[in-house]
Design a protein around this ligand. Structure first.
Ligand SMILES: [Zn+2]
Length: 179
């Protein structure tokens, strides 16, 4: 079942600061700060329909999913009753972090966020063999949205080595062209 959020909006009941949804360079839509947000502050709560593990498995196969694991059993599906936090894009250099507090998923600011800045969170997906390609554009981008584990690290290194073997001079060419 594909359930893209058709008309994304911020629910002010769950947002502590004024936020806006706009098109994002990273992926479809993004959430943007409309005012300065100090560091270490609650920014927005991630809400959604509370679903079981079996239901999560069933819904997890769509093209667009807004599933957030709350604990070993429960998942929140932000596609239904989402506060707008489900629109926040992934980045390998995030400015907000998700914390689970008393059964609620709270997004906290990791640093001061300027007005107009896009909110970005590290999805830290659990690696189970499928990689989600990352195009966040951060300098430290690890190339995938999964949390790095020793196994994933080894696989990524293997992949990069194979790619470099295919195009050994491509990187140098780009460099000298821009120098
Ligand atoms: Zn990235």
């Amino acid at each position: 079942m594909e359930t893209p959020v058709s008309r994304p909006r911020i629910d002010p009941e769950f947002a502590v600061f004024p936020l806006a949804i706009r098109k994002s360079k990273i992926h479809r839509y993004g959430v943007y700060a409309q005012e300065r947000i100090p560091a270490n502050r609650k920014v927005i709560e991630y809400t959604g329909e509370r679903i079981s593990r079996a239901e999560t498995k069933r819904r997890g196969n769509g093209e667009y999913t807004y599933l957030f694991t709350l604990d070993n059993y429960w998942t929140l599906d932000g596609a239904i009753g989402g506060s707008g936090a489900e629109i926040i894009n992934h980045s390998c250099e995030p400015n907000v972090v998700a914390r689970i507090m008393k059964g609620h998923i709270i997004y906290l600011s990791l640093r001061e966020i300027q007005p107009g800045e896009e909110l970005l969170v590290d999805y830290n997906f659990t690696y189970t063999g499928d990689k989600s390609r990352c195009a966040c554009g951060a300098r430290s981008c690890r190339g995938v949205m999964e949390k790095l584990t020793p196994r994933l690290q080894r696989e990524l290194e293997k992949y990069r080595a194979a790619r470099d073997a295919r195009a050994p001079r491509a990187a140098h060419k780009t460099k000298s062209a821009t120098a």
